[in-house]
Ligand binder design. Structure first.
Ligand code: PHE
Length: 466
């Protein structure tokens, strides 16, 4: 491609699928169900929907605006809008860094999923297998650093292969294929879940909020997750927005993407809890819900083998389209900024992500005693994997989102902002600006502070946490 002529999405649907592909990931199918389980079900879902609408969506839209108006990578889009390097470039830099760090350990979890997919395909979760052995599978996997390294590397190669092929021919094409398949598989699982005994209980658990179960922790967790699940705060949606042409109606697109993302999380929740409740299990299984609880249930179910394949293939696709967006955010910067070209840049960044990922591959085995003293920030010493996760989820994503909303709400030239919307969409602009100026910074600011341990006394004093 000629220098200076930026690649663009081929079709509107392609963009929607790619951006939804980024949003819909492990956050929806792994994290959302388990945190919902921990925080009391319906009431958490209720708060989560509120957070998506009030803080997630406006920040998502802001990122699209910065990218589309800037027509550059996450860093240089700010420079384009500001007419040169300013402190705002740092926000872009933080995004690129966050996307890179996130990729390094997201690909490790995706590696575990590759393992489970392989196990499912070879029939390890089909009925009659030993549930005890399956329960130990996660532990065995985490104990084996070399094997995780291999899986992690394999997953990164897949991701690099797609990013190398560019926006239209790689990312958009992959999303065009993978996302409909993901929707199809999930829909089938969802329909199937209605045949399960636990389905009624699952629906009730998820959709009838019990207000006495409302906790401040639940609210804060819901706000934080709204960021993670919409992929905001990491420069990803700035980058994807920069491949948009001027005609795109962004408000409509952002709403559609947020709706799709939410729908998928809810469907996944129904599927998972229908299975869990069919066996009279507790909903609050925590992070190992899909890696340990579900597989042990698959073997006890009619057709569990097929079900397990569908489920883990679904997760693989979800993880892949999200990882692609993280890699692309970093690649985009270096492609714009150097003369190296997309393929070599992708290989280099992918390789570096692999190297940093080694620290996560070995976090639960060789390096498990190697804890980083971050009590001041996070309240405890952490192995690398957990440290990276906390840095990204608790610090960088809220901070990135906070700064982007401040930028668009307070700093971005009003004329420029108006130009980003169709005449019809402009009537919502005052509401958007109000939200970005006050509501988002305050709410996100609280999430950010809550993520830091040394602010705990303030929250305790206010009676918000015990
Ligand atoms: N939204 C993705 C998920 O739910 C994670 C993600 C976060 C991707 C930030 C890109 C940027 O898994």
């Amino acid at each position: 491609m000629k220098r200076g002529s930026r690649a663009h999405w081929g079709t509107r649907l392609g963009f929607i699928l790619a951006a939804s592909g980024s949003a819909i990931g492990l956050g929806n199918i792994w994290k959302f169900p388990y945190i919902t389980g921990i925080h009391g079900g319906g009431i958490f879902v209720f708060i989560y929907l509120f957070c998506i609408a009030v803080i997630g969506l406006p920040v998502l839209l802001s990122e699209f605006i910065v990218g589309r108006a800037g027509q550059k990578n996450a860093v240089e889009s700010f420079e384009q809008l500001e007419g040169g390097k300013t402190a705002w470039s740092t926000v872009g830099w933080m995004g690129v860094f966050t996307a890179f760090l996130l990729l390094s350990f997201y690909a490790v979890v995706a590696g575990w999923i590759l393992h489970y997919t392989g196990q499912a395909i070879t029939g390890a979760f089909s009925s009659g297998h030993d549930a005890e052995a399956i329960k130990n599978m996660l532990g065995a996997l985490l104990g084996d650093g070399h094997y995780q390294t291999m899986l992690n590397g394999g997953f990164l190669i897949l991701t690099m292969g797609i990013v190398m092929m560019g926006i239209k021919g790689g990312i958009e094409k992959a999303s065009d294929i993978l996302m409909p398949m993901l929707f199809g598989i999930l829909l089938l699982l969802f329909l199937y879940s209605f045949t399960l005994e636990g389905n009624g209980k699952a629906l009730e658990f998820l959709f009838s909020p019990k207000f006495d179960q409302l906790t401040p922790q639940g609210v804060l967790e819901a706000m934080g997750h709204a960021f993670f699940t919409l992929s905001v705060g990491a420069g990803v949606m700035i980058t994807y927005g920069s491949y948009l042409g001027k005609k795109e109606r962004m408000m409509k697109s952002a709403v559609q993407i947020a709706l799709l993302d939410t729908l998928i999380a809810l469907l996944a929740g129904v599927v998972i809890f229908s299975i869990v409740f069919s066996f009279d299990l507790q909903a609050n299984g925590g992070p190992t819900l899909i890696f340990s609880t579900l597989p042990t249930l698959f073997v006890q179910m009619q057709g569990g083998g097929i079900l397990s394949i569908a489920f883990f293939v679904l997760l693989t696709f979800a993880a892949l389209t999200s990882a692609i967006s993280m890699l692309e955010t970093v690649v985009s910067y270096f492609v714009d900024h150097t003369n190296l070209g997309r393929k070599p840049v992708t290989l280099l960044i992918g390789f570096f992500a692999f190297l940093v990922g080694l620290l996560s591959d070995y976090s639960y085995n060789k390096l498990s005693d190697f804890k980083i003293p971050v009590q001041f920030l996070f309240g405890e010493e952490l192995v690398f994997f957990d440290l990276f996760d906390k840095i990204v989820s608790n610090l960088m994503l809220p901070l990135g989102g906070l700064l982007v909303s401040i930028y668009v709400g307070w700093k971005l030239d009003r004329k420029m902002l108006q130009n980003e919307f169709s005449a019809e969409e402009r009537k919502y602009l005052p509401l958007l600006i109000l939200t970005l100026k006050y509501v988002c910074p305050i709410l996100v600011g609280i999430v950010f502070l809550y993520g830091l341990d040394f602010t705990r006394p303030i929250f305790t004093m206010l009676g918000l946490v015990k």
